[in-house]
Design a protein around this ligand. Structure first.
Ligand code: URA
Length: 431
């Protein structure tokens, strides 16, 4: 292998590396033959010089090849999957899976944990008493065959290069660069085995991508990487300038998912679930178009079929699907509006951080999550509140943390006299 220092230098000076060079570097890193400090320098060189499409493809390919891949062909069906780039209050997948399964399409998803201010699907699922996130490949396939869906944690053997590289990027300021995010996400999706994938690229204050232009660049790269791996990919760009739905925090978000599956979810979440399900049904082997897919998804939400599919799925993974089984916080305190007005904007990252400080996420990797705590944002952009009316509700483990969170959440709301213009939740779709 060409010495890593030479590859770093060439990338630093703006040269294009060959696919073989990138594959060798990444696989050597995964085998611990290239040290973290050299890989960190390489990531920083990529941060400033970027990667060409061919290099990004080689990087993705190398990450997939660094571990095992899941073969879902035994199911004999086109299996679908969904991934979000991460946001605040994003429980879409947990409602979407059962809706898609209720429509007769197999759904298999590998999820991650919370990252920084963003919540993680696995942490949310673990707020369901008894829920098991670790299934072996055989168990995963059996469960998808029997109950139509599974959402599981990434096994140790799946894309180990990404696991190492992600942890390194997290502490070397090299997370937010399109080719590295795209290859990280798509390597996991490709190794996860699904044939068709809907990607939700979040845009705005609470997302990694702050502008629509950046989000489009990431979306285009991921759609292209999926296509090169023979997967059908649709990418939605969606608004993360305010939390999705009302609930932020693990058990609170599961409860809101149940509202949605029982036909009374918040409009933005319902729209995301119905829209993503429409895409997935159109990409599936059902032979329906998007309009028919949406009709079936909306019907599954209204009829209770989605809720029944949720119960079957959660029981299959050892969990108790009843709402009353979810943990509840000891202290619930309102966040009063300081004045009357319309909600103009919400500091979304700060809402996520307030939930994190309450214990809903991890400050250090080894921290344990308090599944009961979080925030319910009662007022959202465009809502009118009177002075003293609750903007939000803080769910805390004690009075001290509740008092801090009340202050933090109050500071997240920007109120004004004019009602702001309505902004749709789905900003663009690319395929
Ligand atoms: N999510 C991932 O899985 N990887 C990234 O690089 C960013 C978000």
């Amino acid at each position: 292998m060409i010495p890593a220092a030479e590859l770093i230098q060439r990338k630093r000076d703006g040269a294009e590396l060959s696919a073989e060079e990138i594959v060798e570097l990444v696989l050597a890193y995964a085998r611990d033959e290239v040290p973290d400090y050299q890989m960190a320098a390489f990531c920083m060189a990529v941060y400033f010089k970027g990667l060409t499409p061919a290099e990004t493809h080689a990087l993705t390919d190398a990450m997939v090849r660094s571990g095992e891949t899941i073969d879902l062909s035994a199911l004999g069906r086109r299996v679908v999957d969904k991934h979000s780039t991460g946001g605040v209050g994003d429980k879409t997948s947990i409602a979407l899976g059962p809706v898609v399964a209720a429509c007769g399409v197999p759904f298999a998803k590998m999820s991650g944990r919370g990252l920084g201010h963003t919540g993680g699907t696995l942490d949310k699922l673990e707020s369901i008493p008894g829920f098991r996130i670790e299934l072996g490949s055989d168990e995963l396939i059996r469960q998808v065959r029997e109950v139509g869906m599974a959402i599981v944690g990434q096994t140790a053997d799946l894309v180990p290069a990404d696991k190492k590289l992600y942890a390194l990027r997290d502490v070397t300021a090299t997370v937010d660069i399109i080719p590295l995010i795209a290859s990280s996400i798509m390597s996991k999706k490709i190794a996860g085995g699904a044939d068709a994938i809907v990607l939700d690229v979040k845009v705005g204050d609470g997302a990694f991508m702050k502008t629509l232009d950046e989000a489009r660049g990431l979306a285009r790269t991921m759609v292209e990487l999926g296509g090169l791996a023979g997967r059908r990919v649709v990418c939605e760009l969606t608004d993360m300038d305010q939390p999705l739905g009302h609930a932020v925090g693990n058990a609170l978000e599961i409860s809101e998912t149940l509202d949605t599956l029982e036909g009374s979810g918040p409009p933005d979440l319902v729209e995301l679930v119905a829209g993503a399900a429409a895409h997935l049904l159109a990409l599936s082997d059902l032979g329906v178009d998007e309009a028919e897919g949406r009709r079936r998804a909306v019907e599954a939400l209204a009829s209770g079929a989605g809720r029944e599919a949720y119960d079957r799925w959660v029981r299959a993974q050892g969990g108790d699907p009843r709402r009353e089984a979810l943990p509840r916080a000891a202290v619930i305190r309102p966040v009063p509006a300081p004045a009357a007005g319309y909600v103009q904007a919400m500091a979304t990252t700060a809402v996520g951080l307030a939930a994190l400080h309450l214990g809903a996420g991890r400050v250090r990797k080894e921290d344990t999550v308090d599944h009961a705590v979080g925030v319910v944002c009662l007022a959202k952009r465009g809502d009118r509140v009177e002075a003293g009316e609750p903007l939000a509700e803080v769910h805390a483990r004690d009075e001290t943390s509740a008092a801090v969170a009340v202050e933090e959440i109050a500071a997240c709301y920007i109120l004004g006299d004019e009602k702001p213009e309505h902004r749709p939740i789905v900003l663009d779709v690319l395929s």
